[in-house]
Design a protein around this ligand. Structure first.
Ligand code: ZN
Length: 313
């Protein structure tokens, strides 16, 4: 892996309503591992959940801010509108059956850009595709008694951004992030980085007459791209500033360092580092089992635990 490049997707963050419903869906129905349970660093009365594979490697991490009672958003332009998970060949029929059994809203198996996929929505209406990837994927999945290795999700395949016009966003992907336009089908343009084989796809869907997305439950908040470390991250910061875009200073998120900027198509992008990772405050075997608080809130643990909605495991 070339360390000075963008290394695909790091994580994707979305908004949920009820915390318990979110936890049950992702850990039980989808069979992901909760790799971190913490609070929103800007709003410590709210959880921040991280779901991923066994060791929580970048490219597998889906995170949520569950806000009880928040109104539903609306997917639309200027937003990440679909999350693609890579699943093993032959598993889509298992998933269709499982979604039916658990009353999960889902489509039928279809094919796009030479890959079979199955669409579904989470309980808040967030849209996903399970995709049998045509790119090599040897990542180890987290497995549960109900979701075994033959079906378990391996991490991200792709993220889809819906845009009024793809050109300004495409320029960021190609000129700064090192992605290439590889394929097109209809109004879907596939950009891929060849730095690594997984979580390497960004699909841009052009909808010139599309309605602008509205933030709320069941919508994506931002897409984080992966950088090796802070030195590389700061090099990208310079490149983004040179394009005339605003970008935040480096922010410590405890499990990675972050920079945020809004790309010209309207989607909030983040650059997040591999270091220090999720084992910085709990061992691998215990990931996600305790409520972890950043340093600035550790003295307020009792009040924070009281304010957070109860969660049953
Ligand atoms: Zn983030």
């Amino acid at each position: 892996m070339e360390n000075n490049n963008i290394q695909g997707i790091h994580h994707i963050t979305a908004i949920a309503g009820n915390a318990q419903r979110n936890y049950d869906f992702y850990t039980r129905v989808l069979g992901l591992r909760m790799v971190k349970r913490t609070v929103n660093f800007d709003d410590p009365g709210t959880y921040h959940f991280y779901y991923g594979n066994e060791n929580g490697v970048p490219g597998t991490i889906l995170t949520f801010f569950p806000w009880e009672g928040i109104v539903n958003g609306r997917a639309g332009t200027g937003m990440a509108t679909e999350i693609g998970y890579s699943v093993p060949a032959g598993s889509l029929e298992f998933w269709a059956g499982r979604f039916k059994e658990h009353k999960v809203k889902h489509g039928t198996v279809e094919e796009r850009l030479g890959e079979r996929y199955l669409s579904f929505e989470d309980p808040d209406g967030l849209k996903f595709d399970l995709i049998v990837s045509k790119y090599a994927d040897d990542r180890m999945a987290w497995t549960t008694p109900e979701v075994a290795a033959g079906a378990a999700t391996k991490g991200f395949h792709s993220v889809t951004l819906t845009l009024h016009s793809i050109k300004p966003t495409a320029t960021i992907l190609t000129d700064i992030f090192g992605y290439e336009l590889k394929e097109q089908e209809g109004n879907r343009f596939r950009f891929v980085t060849n730095v690594l084989p997984t979580a390497s796809v960004v699909d841009l869907v052009e909808e010139p007459k599309g309605v602008r997305g509205l933030s709320g439950a069941g919508t994506n908040h931002h897409v984080a791209f992966r950088v090796h470390d802070e030195a590389v991250q700061m090099e990208f910061r310079e490149k983004i500033l040179k394009k005339g875009l605003h970008i935040t200073p480096k922010i410590n998120r405890d499990y990675f360092y972050s920079l945020y900027f809004r790309e010209p198509g309207g989607v909030l992008f983040e650059l997040a580092t591999d270091n220090p990772g999720f084992t910085v405050d709990e061992p691998l075997a215990e990931l996600g089992t305790g409520l972890k608080l950043p340093l600035q809130y550790q003295g307020m643990r009792a009040e924070i635990e009281k304010a957070l909605p109860p969660l049953h495991f």
